[in-house]
Design a protein around this ligand. Structure first.
Ligand SMILES: Nc1ncnc2c1ncn2[C@@H]1O[C@H](COP(=O)(O)OP(=O)(O)O)[C@@H](O)[C@H]1O
Ligand SMILES: [Mg+2]
Length: 295
């Protein structure tokens, strides 16, 4: 299956241009859509899910036109929205069962098998009879995946599913996502670089409604290799370093500042060459660094 997004633009009625001529080709596997808050991720996810219309452009999933064949799209789509509200006073089992009915699973015996298998898959068996209002953030998100997987979808969209999870819950959630079959398209939107690093074989960086970079993380990183330098400096040195260099990122580290710089030529002694990481791609894109000359 192939998802082909062509020239999608969207301006909201308040004048915000959330998507600017976005085009992407997405194949089976886990695709990471990485971008900061406000970049346009949720707008794009909702448009692919045909929950809102674009101003122009087209989205094809195989031979299904998302905007025109909404019913067909729904049959192959699993969607976990960013704001996923659950009814607090209903149990995990009952809501999943209900959602399976809504998806057309009328045979109660088959439905029972499917619901139970999804509950096992998402590791919620021991909590299946508890009301969803008592669930932790991580459990809610696992429930969110369970409902997205009802009916064997071929296209699964998960919008910022790890935001707000603690590191252990995130790890558990990563494992769950990584077990979703390889013969489906999974689109994961996130502002968390680790999500993409751990899970995605393909990625795009989106900023201000525009796709700034797209490709396989391993290939994209190669373009930076040999040009990333890191140094641990005093706080009062940072401004000067920023004035004189293309700083990718700087963050506090044990009372000092860990600075990463993009440069074709060696920096002064306190800096050493280091391997490029996805985070370097992301921050240099967001900070608008000029990476020309990087090959
Ligand atoms: N329903 C809406 N009406 C008006 N503006 C919106 C609406 N939804 C999103 N926006 C604006 O569109 C931009 C992109 O938002 P969004 O797609 O939610 O980005 P992200 O999911 O990457 O945070 C933001 O500036 C946001 O404020
Ligand atoms: Mg969003």
């Amino acid at each position: 299956m192939n998802l082909s997004i062509k020239n999608i633009s969207k301006t909201y009625s308040n004048g915000v241009q959330a998507l600017k001529n976005v085009s992407l080709e997405i194949n089976n596997g886990m695709f990471g859509l990485l971008g900061p808050n406000g970049a346009g991720k949720s707008t794009l996810m909702r448009t692919i899910a045909a929950l809102q219309d674009a101003d122009n452009g087209s989205i094809m999933i195989g031979d299904i036109n998302a905007a025109q064949d909404k019913q067909k799209l729904r049959e192959i789509l699993g969607y976990l929205p960013q704001e996923f509200g659950v009814y607090p006073k209903i149990s995990c089992y009952d809501l999943l069962d209900h959602m399976a009915v809504m998806k057309g699973m009328v045979d109660s015996k088959i439905r029972k098998e499917i619901v139970e298998s999804l509950i096992h898959q998402t590791n919620l068996w021991d909590a299946k009879d508890r009301n969803l209002g008592t669930y932790s953030g991580g459990m809610k998100q696992r429930f969110g995946i369970a409902q997205a997987l009802i009916g064997d979808p071929k296209l699964i969209i998960v919008d910022e599913p790890t935001a707000g999870l603690d590191p252990m819950e995130r790890n558990r959630f990563h494992n769950l996502l990584s077990e979703i079959g390889e013969n489906v398209i999974v689109i994961l939107s996130t502002h968390i670089v680790d999500d993409v690093r751990d899970l995605c074989n393909d990625m795009a960086i989106i900023l201000d409604g525009e796709v700034k970079m797209v490709g396989e993380p391993i290939e994209l990183i190669k373009s930076l290799n040999g040009k990333v330098w890191k140094g641990l400096v005093d706080k009062n040195e940072v401004i000067k370093i920023e004035e004189q260099n293309q700083v990718i990122s700087s963050r506090l580290h044990m009372g000092k500042v860990q600075v990463r710089v993009f440069s074709h030529t060696p920096l002064e002694n306190s800096f050493e060459k280091t391997d490029a990481e996805i985070e370097d791609l992301y921050f240099s894109t967001i900070h608008g660094l000029d990476l020309s000359g990087a090959e």
